[in-house]
Design a protein around this ligand. Structure first.
Ligand code: C2E
Ligand code: CA
Ligand code: CA
Length: 725
């Protein structure tokens, strides 16, 4: 370019001035722009959490932007140092690799390592670096950006841990969406429930619940989760294979960033074993360890409950306090183990003597308490006597045959107390009295009851003698065919001609006899007497009849019964049709399954078997079908109001139809027919036979024959003289 000639024309000078001016302006503007750009860059660096760094050719830090301060790492400490001098992690090999890359002047990205802050905290950094060269192309160092990634790494770590925990935990975990449909389950869930993830995805976890337990939770559960964010409780669930298991489950709500529920997480711990242990502990707390009988605590609970029920129903209840006589002496002679064996056997025997609703408790060494609901003086006495009688059988302990007796004290609700404490106290007082009275006996708390019991005791011993002293006799009640009112049979009913009290009806002494072994003797006597009478009638020329004898359930358990009856029939040359046996419906349940053989043998023999007082028990049709029955006797209670009560009429008709149908094919007999109207209704309903005052009262044999003859056997009039003789 040519130099400027100062003698240049003024116009040129002005032009140059203008250019210079413009240039100066431009430079000012450029500087300003540069400053602005620098400020922007500075602001940027200050406002981001990232920072900018520079290193010289020996990789020593020469510069940090302010962003580093946010990591709480003071840049002053770093300046002049290399990265590996500062790091707290990475192996020498890893650093060697990094340095090799730097030595090769390579750019790098996302190189991660840790350094420690002032406070001693480790921070993870991630850096990118770019090698720098000067104008001549010589390597001058590195510059780049750094970022604190501690949080990101922690979150990542947590996620990895959470995933590992989800997979590895032994608790079953399920995750549902807000519709409560399963979206994920862990392996423990599959192990516990037996369902694979594929089988449960999309299903509501409620399908796991076993139907065995009341579902009290469900509705409040979700309400609580919504309100508190979680719910905890126990469930009984069902495995895929059908087995049930108990779980303690926590259901928690998971919210999204906006605070709305997005998922539910259920964590279930298997507590089946704990539950079983709890039940065992509960059982131990309420049972005696030796005999497994309920203990005093459980007695208290059951007694409270029974008392409340009894009071509401206006019934009676009995508490029996039992104590073995002279157990201490026996125990001293025996070893401890043998004493225990004896107690276990006593417990077992007491249990066989009581019913399902009764409670037998052991409340101390040789002390037992029986709680008998629905029990009045009568039954209390019967149970006590049954126990005394059962203790006559020795107990086989080790090689011994031990005889031991028991004393019993009886307290009755409401008579002897209105609460458990009083009743127990009074039963104990009565027990004390029983011991005073010489042991091996039972005593009522209230004296007047002892008096009544004593009277019964007298009666009982008298009855024992009455059989031997021929004070018993049989009365006969005619049984007629409804279609033509012909006498076709009779029922034999026992009477006791007491020398002082006159004729005692069976209602007063049969229960006594049933409570002891007397009932069997009485039955044997009746069987013999009826056979003898039948033979006498036959010998007198009277036509053959079927006479029914009432037997107690206990009798059928006697294995010799069939042979005995067979022997009697043979001895009196009677056909099997001469006898029929009556067994009440309520005692059917008592006879037990092993009597079926006896009943079948009777059927083979040809002796009929009638169900007495039918309609008062609870026998099932299928049970009746299994038994070899021949007749069914409709209880008096259904006949009594037949005329006035349409319900009873329906019931009677139903029983008759039942006896005839359903493969039973039984003869149906109506009991207690007192009027002609009753007779007509029963006839209309298709009933076969009837008994009752309308046709004839139970009377002595001679009177029975007289009535029988009036019915049309005048041709055997002569024979009557014979029978009465
Ligand atoms: P059961 O076997 O149901 O006998 C029928 C009872 O009803 C008899 O009472 C009889 O006298 C009575 N009776 C008959 N017809 C009528 C009537 O038209 N109206 C009314 N109101 N009653 C009538 P009994 O003889 O006092 O016998 C009562 C219960 O004693 C018998 O009931 C039976 O369970 C039992 N029993 C009687 N004799 C014996 C026996 O030898 N052995 C056994 N184990 N129990 C017997
Ligand atoms: Ca009967
Ligand atoms: Ca009856």
């Amino acid at each position: 370019m040519n130099s400027i000639n100062i003698s240049a024309p003024a116009s040129v000078v002005a032009r140059l001035r203008q250019l210079l001016n413009e240039y100066q302006h431009t430079e000012i503007e450029l500087r300003a722009r540069l400053r602005a750009s620098e400020a922007r860059f500075r602001d940027l660096l200050e406002m981001t959490s990232d920072w900018f760094w520079e290193q010289d050719a020996q990789f020593r830090f020469t510069y940090f932007s302010t962003g580093l301060a946010q990591t709480h790492i003071p840049s002053t400490e770093l300046l002049g140092k290399t990265r590996w001098e500062l790091s707290t992690n990475l192996t020498p090999e890893q650093w060697a690799a990094h340095r090799a890359m730097l030595d090769a002047h390579q750019p790098f990205r996302k190189f991660e390592y840790c350094i420690r802050t002032d406070a001693g905290e480790e921070r993870w950094l991630s850096i990118n670096g770019q090698p720098q060269f000067d104008e001549r192309g010589c390597f001058s160092g590195y510059r780049g950006a750094g970022r604190d990634i501690t949080e990101r790494r922690r979150t990542g770590e947590r996620q990895r841990l959470a995933a590992a925990m989800f997979e590895a935990t032994r608790d079953a975990i399920f995750i549902t969406d807000t519709e409560r449909n399963i979206v994920a389950v862990n392996p423990a869930f599959t192990a516990l429930s037996g369902y694979s993830e594929a089988e449960v995805l999309g299903r509501n976890p409620r399908f796991l619940k076993s139907g065995r337990y009341a579902d009290a939770h469900s509705a409040p559960l979700w309400e609580v989760v919504g309100r508190k964010g979680f719910w905890q409780g126990e469930f009984w669930n069902q495995r895929k294979d059908g087995e049930t298991y108990a779980v303690l489950t926590t259901i928690s709500e998971v919210r999204d960033a906006s605070g709305r529920p997005s998922h539910y997480v259920g964590v279930a711990t298997d507590i089946t074993h704990q539950k079983a242990a709890e039940q065992r502990i509960e059982h131990l707390a309420y049972h005696d360890a030796l005999t497994d009988l309920p203990n005093r605590a459980l007695l208290g609970q059951r007694a409270e409950l029974a008392l409340a029920l009894t009071a509401r129903r206006h019934e009676a209840l009995a508490l029996l306090s039992l104590d073995l006589d002279r157990f201490k002496e026996i125990n001293d002679v025996l070893s401890h183990t043998e004493g225990d064996i004896l107690l276990v056997q006593v417990a077992a025997r007491l249990k066989t003597l009581t019913g399902d609703t009764d409670t037998v408790c052991r409340i101390g060494g040789d002390e037992f308490v029986l709680l008998l609901p629905e029990t009045d003086q009568e039954r209390a006495l019967r149970v006590a006597d049954k126990i005394l009688a059962a203790f006559r059988q020795p107990f086989p302990v080790a090689r011994h045959s031990l005889r031991i007796t028991v004393s019993i004290g009886i307290a009755l609700y409401p008579h002897d107390g209105s609460n458990v404490t009083d009743l127990l106290k009074n039963a104990d007082a009565a027990l004390h009295q029983a011991k005073q009275n010489g042991r091996n006996t039972r005593t009522f708390y209230a004296q007047e009851m002892n008096a009544a019991a004593f009277e019964r005791l007298v009666l009982e011993s008298e009855l024992r003698r009455a059989i031997a002293a021929s004070q018993l006799c049989a009365y006969y009640q005619p049984k007629v065919r409804l279609s033509d009112s012909q006498i076709i049979g009779a029922e034999a009913l026992v009477r006791w001609r007491h020398p002082d009290h006159g004729l005692i009806p069976p209602g007063r002494f049969i229960p006594l006899a049933e409570a002891s072994d007397l009932i069997a003797e009485l039955g044997d006597w009746m069987l013999k007497e009826v056979c003898r009478q039948q033979a006498a009638w036959r010998d007198a020329g009277l036509p053959p009849l079927t006479v029914a004898v009432n037997l107690a359930a206990r009798h059928f358990r006697n294995s010799g019964l069939v042979a005995q009856i067979q022997g009697l029939l043979a001895a009196h040359s009677l056909p099997p049709q001469a006898l029929e046996l009556e067994l009440t419906e309520s005692s059917l349940l008592e006879i037990g399954p092993n009597t079926e053989e006896t009943l079948l043998a009777l059927e083979r023999l040809g002796v009929g078997l009638a169900i007495d007082d039918f309609g008062t028990g609870y026998s099932s049709l299928s049970y009746l079908k299994r038994l070899p029955l021949t007749a069914l006797k409709v209880d008096q209670s259904f006949v009594r109001d037949l005329v006035s009560d349409p319900d009873d009429r329906t019931l009677a008709a139903t029983i008759i139809a039942l006896g005839h149908g359903h493969g039973l094919g039984l003869q149906v007999v109506a009991e207690g027919v007192e009027t002609d109207e009753q007779r007509r209704i029963l006839l209309d309903q298709g009933c076969d036979l009837a008994q009752g005052y309308f046709f004839g009262q139970p009377v002595p044999a001679a009177d029975f024959v007289a009535g029988w003859i009036r019915q049309g056997f005048s041709d055997v009039q002569d024979a009557v003289e014979l029978t009465e003789a």
